[in-house]
Ligand binder design. Structure first.
Ligand code: FES
Length: 158
């Protein structure tokens, strides 16, 4: 494996995810989740690496990554907007925040806006359940967010 690729995509960390989740095709979705948590996205080179490690066809990995909208093949944009869809946030209305963000940013979750300014992500618990529903932008957490607060929050990063 090319050294530059190894440095760019941190394959030793991916190996640890594979070891943790189980080196077999049944663990593929969990492995992809764990890998995306490290890299922020799942580029073609990483998909090929995982396919090789699990000894499955690359098309199977690609099929999963492209089917589920929580996986992305694109690298982060300038700002990363994350909406928590963990249980506490979900019951307090994070679904409505997602709809509002979708219209405000003009993209579906786990995609990048056309001007390349924002990556928009759906994530699991952000560890701030007491402030649910929660969004974070570049790691800064906003709690008890309502849909009508979204335009003002986003405008700070435009
Ligand atoms: S469930 Fe959203 S911060 Fe925990």
């Amino acid at each position: 494996m090319d050294n530059n690729l190894q440095e760019t995509f941190n394959f030793p960390q991916i190996d640890r995810v594979i070891k943790r989740e189980g080196n077999n095709s049944e663990s593929l979705i969990q492995i992809l989740h764990g890998t995306q948590e490290i890299l922020g996205y799942l580029p073609k080179e990483v998909q090929l690496y995982i396919a090789e490690k699990l000894q499955i066809p690359p098309t199977r990995v690609y099929g999963i990554v492209s089917f589920y909208n929580f996986f992305t093949m694109e690298k982060d944009a300038e700002h990363v907007v994350s909406v928590c869809m963990g249980t506490a946030c979900y019951v307090k209305g994070s679904g409505d925040l997602m709809k509002k963000l979708e219209s405000e940013l003009g993209v579906k979750p786990n995609r990048i806006t056309e001007d390349k300014k924002f990556s928009y992500r759906e994530v699991r618990c952000l560890g701030a359940c007491g402030m649910a529903p929660v969004i974070s932008i570049d790691g800064e957490v906003y709690g008890r967010v309502t849909p009508d607060m979204i335009p003002e929050i986003i405008s700070k990063y435009k």
